[in-house]
Design a protein around this ligand. Structure first.
Ligand code: 3HC
Length: 287
């Protein structure tokens, strides 16, 4: 048993809102922290929108949607996380932002065995542990987008994570959330992004060089390899800013050119073309 019932989630963006939905649907009490009242409202709408979509697909009963929403609070003050058993940080993929959050959260949590987890995909967990002042209770727990649908969670203990923290997170992920974990070591990209990100960046380079249209690159991988979606559509789903940030962190760690974000990706991010979440990436999205 993980003993984790009261959960905090930092950030109500794509991943944070998905993790919130998963935890609240598992019956847990969830507090989501956003940076402003407007962002908190947007996060609440994101979670409700996803639940309504699940309801319209018959995945969840209408009464259960109400019950799930009642288990979630949206706040802007980190101090409201003081009583949490677990906080999952899902802020933007920016090392400075995460270090500052872990420094503060290490002081905010009042329970000695409260766990601080990061949903980072590439930032060293050991650094987050070090600044928190409670490194043995810090680890990575990496969900996949869309979190309510994707089964996988990567579990990433750092050199300083205690075996008990890893055991409790494994039990939370499998028994409470019903997800399927794999174990990864604390290296940028972990298992899945180490394989996925070079593939996505190669597809962007291919498009940039004019090999083929975006639609044909994606159709190639969907129809030729049986992937559920092509690499450019998947980059749009993940968020082009996130793809760039992960590639950059992996490049910083390994200095391998295949991880280096191509110029087109830089330009699209600079232009605010972030994919599905901004309405335009390699494809346009309405609503
Ligand atoms: N709760 C429960 N079920 C839900 C749901 C929710 N909130 N939202 C959707 N679903 C269900 C739908 O009902 C549907 O179920 P069904 O197959 O039984 O009918 C199923 O999920 C698929 O949903 P949709 O029909 O809306 O969408 P698609 O069939 O077009 O599939 C997709 C969309 C699941 C995104 C699929 O295209 C896919 O698997 N794509 C690949 C996603 C992927 O690779 N993600 C990993 C990205 S990498 C990452 O996240 C790591 C990061 O660090 C970069």
């Amino acid at each position: 048993m993980s003993g984790i019932e009261k959960v905090g989630v930092i950030g109500g963006g794509l991943m944070g809102s998905g993790i919130t939905e998963v935890a609240a649907r598992a019956g847990l009490d969830v507090v989501v922290i956003e940076i402003s009242a407007d962002a908190a409202k947007a996060a609440a709408e994101r979670v409700e929108g996803s639940l309504r979509k699940a309801e319209s697909r018959g995945k969840i009963e209408p009464a259960e949607v109400t019950a799930v929403l009642d288990r979630i609070r949206f706040e802007t003050d980190l101090e409201t996380l003081a009583d949490r058993d677990l906080v999952v940080e899902a802020a933007s993929e920016d090392e400075k932002v995460k270090l500052e959050l872990f420094r503060t959260l290490g002081q905010v949590l009042t329970q000695d065995d409260a766990i601080l987890a990061s949903n980072t995909s590439s930032i060293p967990i050991v650094k987050l542990g070090a600044v928190s002042g409670r490194a043995n209770h810090v680890m990575g727990v990496h969900f996949f987008n869309p979190a309510p649908v994707m089964q996988l969670v990567e579990l990433i203990p750092s050199l300083t994570t205690s075996p008990d923290t890893l055991d409790r997170m494994r039990s939370w992920v499998t028994e409470t959330l019903g997800k399927k974990p794999i174990d990864a070591t604390d290296r940028a990209g972990f298992v899945v992004n180490s394989l996925l990100v070079p593939y996505l960046l190669s597809a962007i380079r291919m498009y940039e060089a004019g090999y083929a249209s975006a639609a044909d690159i994606d159709r190639g991988m969907v129809l030729g390899c049986g992937h559920p979606m092509g690499p450019l559509a998947l980059s749009d789903l993940i968020g082009l800013d996130t793809v760039k940030a992960i590639g950059q962190s992996m490049y910083d760690e390994f200095k391998e050119p295949l991880y280096s974000p191509p110029p087109l990706l830089d330009r699209m991010v600079d232009a605010g073309l972030l994919g599905k979440k901004s309405g335009q990436g390699f494809y346009g999205y309405e609503g």
